[in-house]
Design a protein around this ligand. Structure first.
Ligand code: AMP
Ligand code: MG
Length: 421
């Protein structure tokens, strides 16, 4: 005899669940980026999202200059049949240009980066010249007009857009913007993110553990992931599983933050008041996402804030954060590129998997010196086993239709470095 059971996380497929891609699309489609900008000194803008295009007020390089150490000449003086002598009439060093004009039969010594003297358009490398006397050199016929010269504006023209709005500013961008003489940049506002953990079994570090209690780890992984991403954070601690505490915490969070994240309390069998308070305060969808770890997920609006109800299991929190919350926050911050790189690696482990859901197993990705990638799983893959994340450096992404993976198969992987913006 069989008994009728409710859907559970152990089911291999569930008609009521949505795909990870569907969940992600729905989330991104409903979030509009924050509008306000702030102006920051260039150094303080590192890792922030540029709020407006940066256009160049200058041409770069500003002057036509030499790409080599050597002699600046006029191309009309380059010999075509046999070597020829030129007299050296001056020198142009970086920061100390030659102010005269180079005439026919003459040349000027020049260093890399120095301004090309009047009358010259070509540089002959030091190594390709022969010294005849103190002020005379000889060059042969193997040279081309215009060689070894960097033209003014060849890198950037005045008015060109050099960094586009929505770009997360990297060290190279700070350098580039500094090279244009710009000292302040417009960046988007940092979102305020409030989060708390739900569960009567949770204790904070420093509290004694009674039988069945566990330390709250989700607030630490969330702290880490949010801090890296560059949001302001409001850590609201652990909230007890009572209707009053839950409602109060949701109200406070929604009043003070752009985004509210909770962990725990969204799976089947949870005390109903979490759902109840949420429906009372906002518009929340409860989804079953066809993925492991991280099946239950709540998403919607809580007052004027965005709400993410993540599952309680520590690995599920990290997986759902990286897959759904992080792209949503990046979109909210106005960032234009938010998709992680997906690579292919040869799998060195046999992997168990259920069809009908996307699995994010944890792996260690390595490359040989030719860049060939291999990946191995990090032991047990339970959703509560945080060591599997801590020892890993990538997700092994096993698509919906896969049933198992044999050693030697190619599998898609997402390096964790892709989530470290
Ligand atoms: P829940 O979704 O509330 O049923 O939680 C699922 C599992 O995750 C349970 O074993 C919880 O004890 C555990 N869990 C929930 N929240 C946390 C947390 N903040 N830190 C560590 N484990 C948690
Ligand atoms: Mg719970």
């Amino acid at each position: 005899m069989t008994i009728a059971v409710d859907p559970s996380c152990l089911d291999s497929s569930d008609p009521g669940s949505i795909s990870t891609e569907d969940a992600r699309q729905r989330i991104l489609a409903s979030i509009t980026p924050l509008e306000s900008l702030e102006y920051l000194a260039l150094r303080a803008a590192l890792c922030r999202i540029l709020g407006e295009d940066i256009r160049s007020p200058l041409a770069v390089p500003g002057h036509t200059n030499s790409a080599m150490d050597g002699y600046a000449v006029s191309s009309s003086d380059l010999p075509t049949t046999e070597a020829r002598e030129l007299s050296v009439v001056g020198s142009s060093f970086a920061g100390h240009p030659f102010n005269g004009t180079v005439k026919t039969g003459q040349c000027a010594q020049i260093m890399t980066g120095a301004v090309m003297p009047g009358g010259t358009d070509t540089v002959v490398m030091q190594e390709d010249t022969e010294s005849v006397s103190e002020h005379r050199i000889r060059i042969d016929e193997r040279h081309k007009a215009g060689q070894n010269v960097r033209q003014a504006g060849e890198d950037i023209r005045r008015g060109d857009t050099v960094v586009t709005r929505g770009h997360r500013l990297q060290p190279s961008d700070l350098g580039l913007i500094a090279s244009l003489g710009i000292s302040e940049v417009p960046v988007t506002r940092r979102p305020r993110v409030a989060f708390f953990s739900t569960g009567d079994e949770l204790r904070s570090i420093g509290d004694p553990l009674a039988a069945g209690d566990i330390y709250d780890s989700n607030r630490y992984t969330l702290y880490g992931m949010l801090t890296r991403l560059g949001t302001d954070i409001i850590d609201m601690g652990v909230v007890k599983d009572t209707p009053e505490a839950t409602l109060k915490a949701f109200r406070l969070a929604a009043d003070n933050a752009d985004v509210v994240i909770t962990s725990g309390g969204v799976s089947v069998g949870e005390a109903d008041y979490v759902k109840q308070s949420l429906t009372e305060l906002g518009r929340i969808d409860f989804w079953k996402v066809a993925m492991k770890p991280g099946r239950p997920l709540a998403f919607g609006r809580l007052g004027d804030s965005w709400f993410f109800g993540l599952p309680g299991n520590p690995v599920s929190v990290m997986a759902t954060f990286y897959l759904f919350v992080q792209p949503a926050l990046r979109h909210l911050m106005g960032e234009s590129t938010i998709d992680p790189l997906v690579l292919n690696a040869r799998c060195e482990s046999k992997l168990q998997k259920k069809a009908g859901r996307t699995e994010y197993q944890r792996g260690v990705l390595s490359s040989d010196r030719h860049g060939n990638l291999t990946v191995e799983k990090t032991g047990s893959q339970g959703s509560g086993i945080l060591t599997s994340m801590s020892r890993a450096n990538c997700f092994i992404v096993l698509p919906m239709e896969f049933e198992s993976v044999e050693r030697g198969m190619q599998v898609p992987v997402i390096p964790f470095s892709e989530f470290r913006v």
